[in-house]
Design a protein. Structure first.
Length: 120
């Protein structure tokens, strides 16, 4: 659960930061990157629960990058007067993937990403 809380803070902030840094990421209102960030936080958390372990750390980060780019690009289409180009979404996804590297390492090193064995 601490991983979700961190994601709920870091992901919207990362998207807001990307909209300030990248000229091809423009949100019309302050709440739009927050909505996309919260959506991505829940998606990323679900992906961490499903596949994150020491052997799949980089795979999970790469998948986070791709999913983030797709959600940002298509999510921006639902907002009026918002424009995010394909490359803007890719760069924003890359920025979020960098934050994911630190989050994944923190989760794995602290033992918060351990899976309980399934008994059948």
């Amino acid at each position: 659960m601490p991983g979700l809380v961190v994601k709920l803070l870091v992901t919207p902030i990362g998207i807001i930061l990307a909209s300030w840094i990248f000229p091809n990421v423009n949100f019309a209102s302050w709440y739009q990157p927050i909505i996309i960030g919260v959506l991505l936080a829940f998606i990323g958390y679900a992906m961490e629960l499903a596949i994150l372990n020491k052997n799949t750390n980089w795979l999970n980060t790469f998948i986070d990058w791709g999913v983030s780019a797709i959600v940002i690009y298509f999510g921006a289409l639902f907002f009026v007067n918002t424009s995010v180009t394909f490359w803007g979404a890719v760069l924003t996804g890359a920025l979020l993937a960098v934050t994911e590297i630190f989050q994944h390492n923190w989760l794995l090193n602290s033992g918060r990403a351990r899976k309980k064995p399934v008994r059948g």
